[in-house]
Design a binder for this molecule. Structure first.
Ligand code: PMP
Length: 404
């Protein structure tokens, strides 16, 4: 893999922060965008901008086919059976809320939903809100001290009452890769549906939704080199057809009278109003960019970065890692004794290094470890070992300053 060639496709990676070359280790929060994605969005607004699905004029038809082609590119990348199983949303949060609201309408007070102790707030709060609305019960798969799910306990809480299991594929705070195939197979045995929060996985793992056999898969464009404000909910056709619409408005209707409305077919039934057209087209370009990469080489490089950084960090006195799962992606969460994560993050920024500090929208994980937050370095394939060296040297300078 020619990393320099790949890096040259990401203009921001040549920027300086506080006069220092940017070292961007906050890929778990959002990823940088290649020129092809930026150019595609620019071209859309410069040459093709029109509203979609309703127009007979040329621009509208061109914009519609660009938007629908993006849907097909995503369908093929995910290995979904039908393109109408790909719903455009605002992102992972919106996708999960769509399921919690719409699938949630089918639930009653006797039903149970299972999530895990390592979920992002966006895969906790919508289910709590649903339980408040419907009176259903929320049950939790616990997590051990290495940041792995206690799957034996999953089986004890799974029952005929379970209607949905919603778990993350990869933890954004710890990097743990969960055995979601196992969870899906077990859940299906009791007739429960499964939603996978894929916000951290498509960019790090080769995902095929039919092989996984998940019922829903949610992710955000901005975490896989695409634009913000656009994401996807994959859902199996039969289940999506059984669900009521999420929002009412234009495009999601077949016929409206002042008394009654009939709803459109998939995917439009779940896409009310003028969508984020440029975002959808930009997301299609991001998937085309991913298609141009050798994914096996990408994943191997990311694993090497993880191993290299973990080893170098281990030599720092007083370091404590959070998340020591056997199966892990390129996320490292840690604290350094005698320092506050916020101070470390602020001083790293002064040296051009972007990391994330805080609870990473996973307060229950932090509560379990009895800490307010961590320093998180999360890598993408465009990062290098040289950048990790810069990061380690910076930490070696910062730590004595903060401990004084
Ligand atoms: N789930 C996970 C695992 C995440 O990492 C994130 C983003 N940090 C989300 C959900 C929410 O994604 P978004 O804010 O793009 O909707």
């Amino acid at each position: 893999m020619n990393i320099q060639e790949i890096r040259s496709q990401f203009p921001i990676l040549s920027e300086k922060i506080h006069g220092k070359p940017l070292v961007y280790f906050d890929n778990g929060a959002t990823t940088q965008k290649p020129s092809s994605v930026i150019q595609r969005i620019n071209d859309y607004y410069a040459k093709e901008n029109a509203n979609i699905h309703r127009g007979v004029h040329t621009l509208s038809q061109e914009a519609t086919s660009a938007y629908e082609n993006a849907r097909t590119t995503i369908q093929q990348y995910l290995g979904a059976k039908e393109s109408h199983e790909i719903l455009f949303t605002k992102g992972t949060t919106d996708s999960i809320n769509l399921v919690a609201f719409s699938f949630g309408e089918l639930l009653t007070a006797e039903d149970e939903i299972i999530i895990s102790a390592m979920e992002h707030h966006s895969n906790i709060v919508p289910w709590q809100m649903l339980c408040e609305r419907k009176g259903c019960k929320l049950r939790i798969i616990p997590m051990n001290e290495n940041g792995e799910l206690a799957l034996d306990q999953f089986e004890t809480i799974l029952s005929a009452k379970t209607k949905l299991v919603a778990v993350t594929h990869i933890s954004n705070a710890l990097g743990t890769v969960n055995d979601v195939k196992h969870i899906i197979d077990k859940a299906h045995k009791v007739g429960a549906k499964v939603l996978i929060d894929g916000a951290q996985s498509i960019q790090h793992i080769q995902v095929n939704v039919q092989e996984l056999d998940c019922d829903f898969y949610a992710f955000s464009g901005h975490k896989l080199f695409g634009p913000t404000g656009i994401g996807v909910l994959y859902g199996k056709e039969e289940i999506l057809n059984s669900m009521p619409p999420y929002q009412g408005g234009g495009d999601m209707i077949k016929e409206v009278t002042l008394e009654k409305t009939t709803y459109n077919e998939l995917p439009h039934k779940f896409e009310a109003g003028t969508p984020n057209i440029a975002g959808g087209i930009g997301l299609g370009a991001a998937f085309e960019f991913l298609n141009s990469l050798d994914m096996e080489a990408v994943l191997q490089h990311e694993q090497e970065l993880l191993d290299y950084a973990t080893e170098a960090l281990s030599k720092i006195e007083g370091i404590q890692f959070y998340g020591r799962a056997k199966n892990k992606t390129s996320v490292i969460s840690f604290l350094i004794e005698g320092t506050h994560p916020y101070d470390v993050g602020t001083l790293l920024d002064k040296m051009g290094i972007a990391v994330r500090t805080g609870h990473h929208c996973t307060q229950p994980i932090m509560d379990q470890f009895c800490i307010p937050g961590t320093i998180r370095a999360s890598f993408a394939f465009y990062n290098t070992k040289e950048e990790i060296d810069i990061f380690i040297k910076a930490l070696e300078r910062i730590i004595p300053m903060l401990k004084d």
